[in-house]
Design a protein around this ligand. Structure first.
Ligand code: FES
Length: 153
C-alpha cells in the first residue's frame, strides 16, 4: 500500500469510532473518495473495526451501491424507468452497448467508459435519458448518441 493511499484511508477512518455499525458509512466514504473499494481499503477497514476482511467483503458485495473494481473515466448511465423504456430506452442501451462493446456493469479495457443502468432519474420529460458523469442528456436519438461519442473520441 503506498503512503498517500494509507494517509487517505486513515483520514477517512479517523472520522469514525471503531464500532461495527460504522461499516457501511465507512464503505460509503471510501467509495466516494476512490470511486470504488480498493482491496487494500477492505483490509484496512477490517483491521480498524476488528472484523474479518471477509465480513467487510461480504457486506460490500451485498449492497449494489458498492463497487469492487475501479470505474472508467466516464460513467455512462442509461435510465431504465418506464418513461424512458417506452420512448426508446432499450434501443438507446443496445446502441451504447454496441459502441462501447460492454454490457451494464462492465468497464472498457482502456478504462475509459463504464456502463450502468439506473432507475428513473426524474427527468421523464426528456426521455429517453442517459447520464454521463452526472450530466443528463435527454431525448436521445442514435444521431445524438453518435455526436456525443464522436465528440469524445
Ligand atoms: S423514466 Fe427515465 S427519467 Fe424518468
Amino acid at each position: 500500500m503506498n503512503s498517500a493511499f494509507t494517509r487517505e484511508i486513515n483520514s477517512i477512518l479517523s472520522d469514525f469510532s471503531q464500532e461495527r455499525g460504522n461499516l457501511i458509512p465507512i464503505l460509503q466514504h471510501v467509495q466516494e473518495k476512490f470511486g470504488y473499494l480498493p482491496e487494500e481499503a477492505i483490509q484496512a477497514i477490517a483491521d480498524f473495526l476488528h472484523v474479518s476482511s471477509s465480513t467487510v467483503y461480504s457486506v460490500s458485495t451485498f449492497y449494489t451501491q458498492f463497487k469492487l473494481t475501479p470505474l472508467g473515466e466516464e460513467v455512462v448511465k442509461i435510465c431504465r424507468g418506464t418513461a424512458c423504456h417506452v420512448r426508446g430506452g432499450p434501443t438507446l442501451q443496445r446502441d451504447i452497448e454496441r459502441r462501447l462493446s460492454i454490457k451494464p456493469g462492465e468497464t472498457t479495457k482502456d478504462m475509459k467508459y463504464s456502463l450502468e443502468t439506473v432507475a428513473c432519474v426524474g427527468a421523464c420529460a426528456l426521455a429517453p435519458v442517459m447520464i454521463v458523469n452526472n450530466r443528463v442528456y435527454g431525448k436521445m436519438t442514435p444521431k445524438k448518441v453518435a455526436e456525443l461519442f464522436n465528440g469524445k473520441n
